[in-house]
Design a protein around this ligand. Structure first.
Ligand code: SAM
Length: 457
C-alpha cells in the first residue's frame, strides 16, 4: 500500500523543477481538485521563499473557499493510561514506571460535566492500549456514559475515538455505539523507523496498524481520521505516504480520510527530543499544513494544543479546520487541580481556557463551530464527501456553525460575548445567498433565543 521506492523516486524527481512548474501546480490547485503525487512531491521540495509564500497564499484561498471562516472546536478526554506497548516517544509506554489509572463511570461523568461546562459538544476519546485494563467493553461503556451525561444545556453530541488498532468486530461495536470519527495515527509510514519506534506490544506490527482503516471500513465506520506523528521520520516522506494511504482507501472504499491530524513530537516522560533527528521546524510545519490543504481540500485538518497559540493562529489561515481547546492530556486531568495532575501523555503548549480561545477566534474574524450535525444526519463517508465536493454543504455548515455559537454564547458566554455573537450573526446572515436558508436560520435562531437547543440543518 505504501510503496517506499515510489515515494523516494517521487521526491527525487520533485527536486528538478522550475518556478513555472510550481506556478502551474498552484494554478490548478486553486480549482480545489486536489493534487497528484508528482505535484505534492514538487511542492514538498520547494525551498524558494517566494514559492513557499505562494503555497501559503493559495492554500489560504482554498481553505477560505471551502471552510469559509468556520473553525470546529473539540476537546480530548483521556480515559486510561494503562498501556502494553513500548512506543519510544510516548509518556504512556509500558517501561515508564508510574501509577496508572483508568476512569470509573462516575469519574467519566464528572470529567464530561466539566467539559460540558466549558461549552464542549465534541470529544476525542484517548486511551493507551491494554486488552485487560482497557478492553473494548470498557470503551463502549465509556461512550455510553458520555452520551448519557447531560447537565443544564450541556451535552456531548459527537464522540470521536482514538484507540489502538482493533478487529472488524470491535469497529462494528464502535459504530453501533454511535461514534463519530475513528482516529488512528500511523505515527510513521516509514517501516524501518516504525519498527525502531515500536519495540514490542501489539502496536509493533506495522502491517496490522496500517490496515486498521480497512477493518474499520469493513466494520461500517466510514469516517476515519489519519495522522502522522511529525518528528519521527522525514516529513516529506510522511506527507506523500499519507496521500498514498488516502488514495488507496478512496479506490477501495469510495472514501478516503475524513480528517488528517498533524501532531508534532513533544517532550514526554522517558524520552529525549534530542534523540530524534527529524524534528520538524516551525517553517516546515506550516508548509506541511498548506500542502495537505491543497492536496486534499475537503479533508478536515486537526490541530491540537501541542502547538502554541501563535502557531495555531497561523496554520488556521493555511488550512487547519478543527482545533482542540482547553485540553488536558492526562487521565482525570479536567478534575485534578494543577498541582495534582496525573501524568500527561505529552506536554501541551497552549494552556488557555476554551472561553479565551473562542473570544480570540471571534476577534480574528473566525466563527468557532460546535456543529455535530453531519454524522447525526447520516452525512458520513462518501455521502459527506459528495456533498462537500459539490459545495452544497455550505448551505448547512454556515448556519449550523452560527447556531452552535449562539448556543455557546447564551449558555457559557458573558454579555459582551453575546453581543459580539449577535452582531456576527447579523453580518453573516447577509452573506447567505439562498433566501429559504436565511429564513430557516432566522426562525431557528429565534427558537434558540427562547431556550430550544440542538437545532440544526
Ligand atoms: N494508544 C492509541 C494508539 O496507539 O493509537 C491511542 C493514541 S494516543 C492516546 C494518541 C497519540 O498521541 C498517539 O497516536 C501519538 O501520535 C501521540 N503521541 C504520543 N506521544 C507523543 C509525544 N511525545 N508528542 C506528541 N504526540 C505524542
Amino acid at each position: 500500500m505504501i510503496g517506499h521506492e515510489l515515494i523516494y523516486n517521487l521526491l527525487e524527481e520533485g527536486k528538478n523543477v522550475t518556478k513555472e512548474d510550481i506556478k502551474e501546480i498552484l494554478d490548478r490547485a486553486k480549482n480545489k481538485t486536489g493534487l497528484s503525487h508528482r505535484d505534492i512531491a514538487i511542492l514538498l521540495q520547494a525551498e524558494d521563499e517566494g514559492d513557499i509564500k505562494e503555497i501559503f497564499k493559495i492554500a489560504g484561498e482554498v481553505k477560505k473557499k471551502i471552510y469559509g471562516n468556520r473553525i470546529v472546536i473539540f476537546a480530548p478526554l483521556y480515559l486510561s493510561d494503562y498501556c502494553v506497548n513500548n512506543c519510544v516517544y510516548c509518556g504512556y509506554k509500558r517501561n515508564n514506571d508510574f501509577k496508572r489509572r483508568k476512569l470509573t463511570r462516575e469519574e467519566i461523568q464528572e470529567e464530561v460535566k466539566l467539559l460540558e461546562k466549558m461549552g464542549h459538544k465534541r470529544l476525542a476519546l484517548e486511551a493507551g492500549e491494554d486488552p485487560i485494563n482497557c478492553n473494548i467493553d470498557y470503551i463502549l461503556d465509556a461512550i455510553k456514559a458520555i452520551y448519557e451525561t447531560q447537565n443544564d444545556n450541556g451535552a456531548i453530541r459527537r464522540v470521536n475515538v482514538n484507540i489502538a488498532s482493533t478487529t472488524v468486530e470491535n469497529y462494528r461495536k464502535l459504530k453501533d455505539a454511535g461514534i463519530g470519527t475513528y482516529i488512528l495515527f500511523q505515527e510513521t509510514y516509514h517501516k524501518p523507523t516504525y519498527e525502531k519506534m515500536h519495540l514490542n506490544g501489539p502496536k509493533a506490527n506495522y502491517d496490522y496498524h496500517l490496515t486498521a482503516f480497512d477493518r474499520a471500513m469493513e466494520g461500517g465506520v466510514d469516517d476515519v481520521g489519519a495522522g502522522v506523528l511529525f518528528g519521527l521520520h522525514d516529513y516529506k516522506f510522511e506527507v506523500l505516504a499519507l496521500m498514498l494511504h488516502n488514495e488507496y482507501l478512496e479506490n477501495k472504499y469510495g472514501v478516503g480520510f475524513h480528517t488528517i491530524s498533524v501532531p508534532r513530537l513533544k517532550k514526554a516522560e522517558g524520552m529525549d527530543l534530542n534523540l530524534f533527528p527529524h524534528i520538524v521546524t516551525d517553517d516546515e510545519f506550516k508548509k506541511i499544513v498548506a500542502i495537505i490543504r491543497l492536496a486534499v481540500p475537503f479533508t478536515g485538518i486537526i490541530l491540537s494544543t501541542r502547538e502554541t497559540h501563535e502557531m495555531r493562529k497561523e496554520v488556521i489561515e493555511y488550512g487547519v479546520s478543527q482545533v482542540s481547546a482547553g485540553s488536558c492530556t492526562g487521565v482525570g486531568g479536567y478534575k485534578e487541580s494543577e498541582e495534582k495532575k496525573n501524568k500527561p501523555q505529552f506536554e501541551v503548549a497552549d494552556n488557555r481556557k476554551p472561553f479565551e480561545v473562542i473570544k480570540e477566534l471571534i476577534d480574528e474574524g473566525h466563527i468557532p463551530s460546535y456543529c455535530t450535525a453531519c454524522y447525526r444526519m447520516g452525512r458520513t463517508g462518501d455521502r459527506f464527501m459528495q456533498l462537500a465536493k459539490s459545495g452544497r454543504i455550505q448551505n448547512v455548515c454556515g448556519p449550523n456553525a452560527l447556531m452552535t455559537l449562539l448556543e455557546y454564547a447564551l449558555d457559557y458566554g458573558d454579555g459582551e460575548l453575546q453581543s459580539t455573537v449577535n452582531n456576527m450573526i447579523a453580518r453573516e446572515i447577509e452573506n447567505i445567498e439562498r433566501e429559504d436558508i436565511r429564513n430557516l436560520l432566522l426562525e431557528k435562531i429565534d427558537k434558540i433565543k427562547k431556550g430550544e437547543r440542538d437545532l440544526y440543518l
